[in-house]
Write a protein that binds this ligand. Structure first.
Ligand code: GRF
Length: 204
């Protein structure tokens, strides 16, 4: 019933999953210097590094990645700031047990620099999304969202910080639902058995 978390950097979402008491069995990074690896090591959680640059192809990298993941037989694979695009083959092989967190209210603003793009678009509401991973990047059945109000004069950094705070709320909650077998995926729509709220709107 464990989780393998894939990261590339800071690891604050990884930390939120661990601190929520979720069973993180291992952390795998494609970047050797990823700060998140230290977070895992400090807690005695197994870590692996698979540097994508050492592989001749995306498929070769993913074969190694899949082998490392399989070592831990995880129930859930949680992407948390994992900055490699996964091939349709990998996604298909791990379908319905791959979750990602993205810093926007999907389907708005897939991709990078979401906070600056949200400000440039003048949206009044921004946020983050936990979703099942599909072959299309930053797209897939939505498990949970948190909505964050955009404030007049907001900077991308200030907005990102408020969104990140909510990421740390929704990702552990969504991962727990997954592990408790409470997520029902039907026709691309996710519902939660027991009707827990899939939207968080913090008071501000
Ligand atoms: C988060 O904003 C997450 O939504 C995005 O990448 C960032 C990772 O941050 N996918 P961290 O490494 O979890 O601190």
């Amino acid at each position: 019933m464990s989780i393998v978390v894939l990261i590339s950097g800071r690891g604050s979402n990884l930390q939120a999953l661990i601190e929520a008491g979720l069973p993180v069995a291992a952390v795998i990074s494609n970047v050797a210097e990823a700060k998140g690896l230290e977070i895992a090591r400090a807690r005695g959680i197994a870590t692996r590094v698979i540097e994508h640059g050492r592989f001749a192809s995306r498929e070769a990298f993913e074969t190694a990645l899949a082998a490392q993941i399989a070592d831990f037989s995880p129930r859930l694979i949680a992407l948390a700031g994992f900055m490699r695009v996964l091939t349709p083959g990998f996604v298909q092989r791990h379908r319905e047990r791959l979750l990602n967190i993205h810093p926007s209210l999907l389907p708005a603003f897939p991709g990078l620099d979401t906070h600056a793009r949200a400000l440039a678009a003048g949206v009044k509401l921004h946020g983050c999304t936990v979703h099942f991973v599909t072959a299309e990047v930053d797209y897939g059945p939505i498990v949970m969202q948190a909505a964050v109000r955009v404030r007049p004069g907001d900077s991308a950094a200030a907005l990102a910080a408020r969104v990140l705070e909510q990421e740390h709320v929704v990702y552990p909650r969504a991962a727990r639902w997954f592990l408790e077998d409470r997520l029902v995926l039907r026709d691309g729509i996710v519902t939660v058995k027991g009707n827990d709220a899939q939207l968080v709107v913090p008071a501000d």
